[in-house]
Design a protein around this ligand. Structure first.
Ligand code: RUB
Ligand code: MG
Length: 415
C-alpha cells in the first residue's frame, strides 16, 4: 500500500461489476475541500484508507472502494464484495455508514440508497414470511391486516392491557401490539402479559371465528431477547415484536435465527429511526434502514403513513415498493402504516399505498368516544368499506361505530 493516498479512491470512469455493493451518498464537502477530494475520502475511509499516505510494505489484498459517480452533491461509491463479512450487518454498516458519518472532510453526509449484490443479499436470512403473513397466519384475503396498540403506551396493568386486547380482537382487529417502550416493567410483567393475553386471544378467536395474534415486545439485551422468543413460541404465539433500531442489527439477526427454529414472524418497530433519517442532509435514510431490516429478516416493518399521520415520513410509497420488489428470491416485507391513524384516514391511505399493508392505530381506536371495542369495530369497518369500494359515509349509515368515529375525527391529520 506504499504511496497510496486518498485520491487513489476516485475513478470517474469506473463501471461497477455485479458483485459490487454500490452506495449513493449526498455529500457536502468541508469548506476547504472540493467534491472530488471529499468523495475520495468517503470511499477511502469507508473501505481500507485513511487520511495519511501509508508506508506499509508487503502484499495486501486490495479492498479499496471507488468513488465513481459525482453529480452535484450526489456521490456513488462501489465497494468490492471481499470487503464484507457474509451475513454480518454490523460489519457492513461499520464500512458504509461508519467513520465517514463524522469525518471532518465532509460538513454533511447522508447514505441515501444501496444496490445490494446477490452474494451479500443471500448471505443474510431475510424474512421468513414477509407479506405472506396476511394469509399464512391470518385469512385476510386482499384486505390490509389490522392492529392496535393499547394507550397509554405504558402504565396499564397486565389485567387492563389484556382487557384492551380482548376488546380490540373481538371488535374485529387481527393484532394486539405492545408499544415500543413496553417490555417487562414492574407494572406489567412480560411473562404474565404473554400468558394472559394469549388466553384472551384464544377466547376472542372462539367468539369471532377469526384468527388473532399478538405482537409482544421482546426487546432487551440479546440473551434475554432469545429467552423471550423461546417463551413466546412455547406459549403458542405466531409473532415477536422487536425495536430493531434501538436493540441493534446484531441482536435482530440473532432473533431472526431463533425465529426460524420456532416458525415465528418478526414485527419490526423502528423507534429511533428518525435520529438517523430525519435530517435530509445527514445520516442514513429510512430507505436504507428498510433495506437493512429486510436483509436481517423483519417480516413486518413500520414505514409510515405517506404523510397522513402524526409523524414525519420519508417516501413511504417508494420504500414500500422497494420492500415488495425482487431481491434475488428474498421474501418481501409487509409495510405497517401507523402513527396517528384513525378510521377517516383509511381510504386515502389505501389510495396512496395500496392494500398489501398492515394498518395500525392506537389513539384512533382507544380515543373513540365509546371506547376500545367500538373503536376497534370502527377501524375494521373503515378497512372493510375501503376494500369493497364503499365510501365511509355510506358504510357509516348502517355501521354506527364508524359514524361516531368520522363525526369525531373526520379526515383530520393529527399532531
Ligand atoms: O404507537 C404508535 C402509534 O400510536 P398512535 O396510533 O396512537 O399514533 C407507534 O409507535 C407509531 O406508529 C410509530 O411510528 P412509525 O410507525 O412511523 O414508526
Ligand atoms: Mg408506539
Amino acid at each position: 500500500m506504499t504511496g497510496i493516498t486518498y485520491e487513489d479512491f476516485l475513478d470517474l470512469d469506473y463501471e461497477p461489476v455485479a458483485s459490487d455493493l454500490v452506495c449513493t451518498f449526498t455529500v457536502q464537502p468541508a469548506s476547504d475541500m472540493d467534491m472530488d477530494a471529499a468523495a475520495s475520502r468517503v470511499a477511502s475511509e469507508s473501505s481500507n484508507g485513511t487520511w495519511a499516505e501509508l508506508q506499509v510494505d508487503g502484499t495486501i489484498t486490495d479492498l479499496s472502494a471507488t468513488a465513481f459517480g459525482i453529480d452535484g452533491n450526489t456521490v456513488q461509491v462501489a465497494y468490492p464484495e471481499e470487503l464484507f463479512e457474509a451475513g454480518n450487518m454490523p460489519q457492513v454498516l461499520s464500512c458504509i455508514a461508519g467513520n465517514i458519518m463524522g469525518m471532518k472532510a465532509v460538513d454533511r453526509i447522508r447514505l441515501e440508497d444501496c444496490e445490494w449484490p446477490e452474494g451479500l443479499v443471500t448471505s443474510f436470512m431475510g424474512p421468513q414470511f414477509g407479506s405472506a403473513v396476511r394469509n399464512d397466519i391470518f385469512d385476510a384475503g386482499e384486505r390490509p391486516i389490522t392492529a392496535t396498540v393499547p394507550k397509554p403506551k405504558v402504565g396499564l396493568s397486565t389485567d387492563q392491557h389484556v382487557q384492551v386486547g380482548y376488546e380490540a380482537w373481538t371488535g374485529g382487529l387481527d393484532l394486539l401490539k405492545d408499544d415500543e417502550n413496553l417490555t417487562d416493567q414492574s407494572f406489567n410483567r412480560f411473562d404474565e402479559r404473554l400468558t394472559e393475553s394469549l388466553a384472551a386471544r384464544d377466547d376472542a378467536q372462539d367468539e369471532t371465528g377469526e384468527k388473532k395474534s399478538y405482537l409482544i415486545n421482546v426487546t432487551a439485551d440479546a440473551n434475554t431477547m432469545l429467552e423471550r422468543v423461546d417463551r413466546v413460541a412455547e406459549e403458542g404465539c405466531e409473532y415477536v415484536m422487536v425495536d430493531v433500531v434501538t436493540c441493534g442489527w446484531a441482536a435482530v439477526q440473532a432473533v431472526r435465527e431463533r425465529c426460524e427454529k420456532h416458525g415465528l414472524a418478526i414485527h419490526a418497530h423502528r423507534a429511533m429511526h428518525a435520529a438517523f433519517d430525519r435530517v435530509p442532509t445527514q445520516g442514513v435514510s429510512m430507505r436504507v434502514i428498510a433495506q437493512i431490516s429486510r436483509l436481517c429478516g423483519a417480516d413486518q416493518l413500520h414505514t409510515g403513513t405517506a404523510d397522513l399521520g402524526k409523524l414525519a415520513n420519508e417516501d413511504t410509497v417508494g420504500i414500500n415498493e422497494w420492500l415488495y420488489g425482487d431481491l434475488y428470491g428474498t421474501n418481501d416485507v409487509l409495510p405497517m402504516a401507523s402513527g396517528g391513524l384513525h378510521p377517516g384516514l383509511v381510504p386515502e391511505l389505501v389510495k396512496r399505498v395500496g392494500t398489501n399493508i398492515g394498518v395500525q392505530a392506537g389513539g384512533g381506536v382507544h380515543g373513540h368516544p365509546d371506547g376500545t371495542h367500538a373503536g376497534a369495530k370502527a377501524f375494521r369497518q373503515a378497512v372493510d368499506a375501503t376494500v369493497e369500494g364503499t365510501s365511509l359515509e355510506e358504510y357509516a349509515e348502517d355501521h354506527p361505530e364508524l359514524k361516531v368515529a368520522i363525526d369525531k375525527w373526520g379526515t383530520e391529520t393529527p399532531r
